[in-house]
Design a protein around this ligand. Structure first.
Ligand code: GLA
Length: 467
């Protein structure tokens, strides 16, 4: 993989809000790369996700993570009417008392489909040990979309488990269900979706993880990543007129070196409206070990035209009209505060303004505070190869902590980007404190290769405030 060092500045400004107990507000855009908060004010934890539209609502299923270990912590289910505001529904599949999805196991990439023949909901997942040495595709069933799902064990093909790791699913227009595996294997499910009838495609590639297929008209698009663990890479795609292939490799769908806009594919959701269909690319920006609080989502509209597929620019915030299917970037303005503005910002510890004109520190405990009057605050930082975690605490005018969060300022290429966005709060005087955690994300693969950050640098480029 070619590593290109570049700086991509994004100057979009926008407005997002969230429903919290004290005030019923709502997100009004999809904002990538920042922690999202659900209807209870908790971080949305649903990675390796999929979305199912059912009864007019969107249901999001994903990995429920902790901030301390990679062990299976269950699969979460959220629901939404608009794809911005997520209501926590359930732990659709909790950690089992014992067995292959019991304590100290791995469960990843849950994918749910409704079986047209039986009306049952089927959930498929990658099951493994924490050392990734016992992988197979498992499945679970439920009469209700939100669960609870009953874990049934391995999905069988000719009586045997499918012993592969990264997986996805695809439901075709005729109701047939398919399971996709890393490398490019495609299996057609039986009529009740509880076993495999046929292998329809054999792997075309080594790697090709996080497989996702969608169909537009009579063409199928097959997306996946290179094999770099939780480090981001330039994902690519194939097209074919049939799931049986032949699949033609078409190359990258984001500019080379952007590492899929700093994410890994998990799913593509077609949003078919009265005017058009927008294809929602869903990607993960992993952050081990703080996967629950600091791993984020990169959800972007795909540009699809014949065999060409792309995310031409990174759209920080955009809207989707689920009735018409139309997508539009958000362009409303906000007040901006530069990182040297002493009227609002007080630094403590060793902060330096570097040649890129951002204020940076890597000393654990260094912090800054921002005092503002308004309802929402956003922070832009320079995410970089030696970026680390920052702890954020937001206090209201009475000194009560209304929010605390952890953000990750790592990216393999330097990029000034939105790293934090508060929910919309009651308009008040607030103080936000951001401190250097002195930690960074990293991961050691089973091959022994280490990926992740090389330092603990935290930075501030600018601040946005909504009155
Ligand atoms: C890849 C896979 C993930 C997970 C990690 C673990 O990123 O796509 O699902 O298994 O590796 O390293």
């Amino acid at each position: 993989m070619k590593t290109t060092t570049k700086i991509v500045f994004v100057f979009l400004s926008f407005s997002c809000s969230v429903a919290l107990a004290q005030k019923q507000e709502a997100y009004n855009a999809i904002c990538s790369g920042v922690p999202w908060f659900d209807d209870k004010g908790n971080t949305v934890s649903a990675h390796g996700a999929c979305i199912v539209k059912d009864g007019g609502r969107y249901f999001l299923f994903g990995e429920r993570h902790s901030d301390t270990s990679n062990a299976f912590a269950g699969f979460n289910c959220y629901s939404s009417a608009d794809l911005y505001n997520w209501k926590f529904e359930s732990i659709a599949l909790p950690v089992q008392a014992t067995g292959k999805l019991g304590p100290n196991r791995v469960g990843e990439r849950p994918k749910v489909m409704k079986c047209p023949g039986t009306g049952e909901y089927l959930m498929y997942m990658h099951v493994d040990t924490t050392g990734y040495t016992d992988q197979f595709v498992g499945y679970a069933t439920s009469k209700n979309i939100t669960g609870p799902y009953g874990f049934k064990g391995p999905l069988l093909f000719n009586g045997k488990p499918v012993k592969k790791w990264d997986m996805g699913t695809f439901q075709d227009n005729d109701g047939s269900g398919y399971v996709l595996l890393h490398g490019g294997d495609i299996y057609r499910l039986s009529d009740d979706y509880k076993s495999i009838n046929e292998q329809v495609n054999r792997a075309m590639e080594r790697g090709f993880e996080s497989p996702a297929i969608f169909r537009k008209d009579s063409l199928y698009y097959f997306l996946g990543s290179n094999l770099t663990g939780w480090e981001r890479n330039d994902n690519y795609y194939f097209t074919a007129a049939s799931l049986k292939g032949p699949w033609t490799k078409r190359g990258l769908f984001c500019s080379e070196g952007t590492l899929t806009w700093n994410s890994q594919t998990t799913f593509v959701l077609p949003i078919a409206g009265s005017k058009r269909t927008t294809h929602l690319f869903m990607g993960d920006r992993w952050s081990f070990p703080y996967q629950a609080s600091a791993a984020t989502y990169v959800w972007q509209p795909l540009t699809v035209s014949d065999t060409s597929l792309s995310i031409p620019t990174y759209v920080e915030a955009w809207r989707i009209n689920t009735a018409t299917g139309a997508a539009s970037p958000v362009t409303a303005g906000k007040k901006t505060i530069g990182n040297t503005d002493k009227q609002f910002i007080t630094y403590s510890g060793n902060w330096q303004q570097d040649t890129l004109l951002v204020s940076s520190a890597d000393e654990k405990g260094a912090f800054f505070t921002v005092k503002f009057t308004g309802s929402q605050i956003g922070l832009y930082g320079l995410a970089r190869p030696d970026g680390g975690y920052a702890r954020i605490v937001l206090q209201n005018g009475k000194g009560k902590t209304v929010l605390s969060s952890m953000v990750d300022m790592y990216c393999l290429y330097p990029v000034s980007t939105l790293t934090f966005l508060s929910p919309v709060l009651v308009k008040d005087k607030y103080t936000l404190s951001l401190s250097v955690a002195g930690e960074h994300w990293y991961w050691v693969e089973k091959s022994g290769r280490r990926s992740g950050s090389k330092g603990n640098v935290v930075s501030l480029d600018k601040i946005t405030i909504s009155e």
